[in-house]
Design a protein. Structure first.
Lengths: 110, 131
């Protein structure tokens, strides 16, 4: 995998998680199974509108998935994009490890 | 909350003086030996110069040098062709006794990665999500 292969997706994940409130939303979702915007609003506490906005941002990054159930929408955490982000960062480090090893070998031979 | 860094960082000790290590960082023919498979640049990397880096797997990046302070500091931005991905690479060289150099590379600005979001915090968030 290239460091850049998932750059855009990874960027969306990082951007979604950059906001401390959204990290709290993620944390709340991690503790439960599925949840509605209203339930999250009572728990956090913030307005339902504010929660809905944060959930939309997380949804765009693929970190939460909504499901309609009757009149309400329930959200659940889908953390796979985060794994990708972690892998991408690790890949950047691994590339430097390989490059610097080549540089080091060259310097030793010099 | 854990300490955070919007960057990936590596350090090594090279068994050559900084002046010699500097050549390895700035001469296209030298760079092609360790950083990429092919490096196209008119001259040695210097402030404002642009280099095309190619890898055998087909990847290409364009690097634009921001600072070249021989033999202690070299920074450039590089972007992958065809994507918006651009990061900043900073090399610092510190002279050590007995003709050695401490070389540190920091790659940062994982666009549009906001400040304070580095591997540690992401890993922390990952652990949290799996908790």
């Amino acid at each position: 995998m290239h460091a850049s292969a998932h750059g855009d997706d990874v960027g969306a994940v990082f951007a979604a998680l950059a906001d401390p409130t959204r990290r709290r939303v993620v944390q709340s979702l991690a503790e439960g199974t599925t949840v509605t915007a209203s339930a999250l609003a009572r728990e956090l506490p913030m307005t339902r509108q504010a929660v809905a906005k944060h959930l939309s941002a997380l949804e765009r990054a693929g970190l939460v998935t909504p499901r309609r159930e009757g009149r309400e929408t329930r959200y659940r955490l889908t953390p796979e994009p985060l794994d990708e982000a972690i892998a991408w960062m690790a890949d950047v480090g691994a590339r430097w490890d390989r490059s610097l090893e080549r540089l080091s070998e060259r310097a030793r031979r010099a | 909350m854990m300490p955070t860094q919007d960057s990936v960082s590596r350090s090594i000790v090279l068994p050559v003086a900084p002046e010699h290590a500097w050549d390895a960082l700035t001469r296209p023919d030298e760079l092609a030996e360790w950083l990429a498979d092919e490096v196209v640049c008119d001259d040695e990397l210097d402030e404002g110069s642009e280099a095309l880096l190619r890898w055998d797997d087909g990847q290409e990046r364009v690097a634009v040098v921001e600072e070249a302070d021989e033999p202690s500091r070299l920074t450039f931005r590089w972007r992958t062709d065809g994507t918006g991905d651009e990061t900043r690479v900073e090399f610092t060289l510190v002279e050590l006794p007995r003709e050695q150099t401490l070389l540190t590379v920091v790659e940062s600005g994982f666009a549009p990665l906001p400040a304070g979001w580095g591997p540690k915090l992401v890993a922390h968030a990952g652990a949290l999500l799996r908790a």
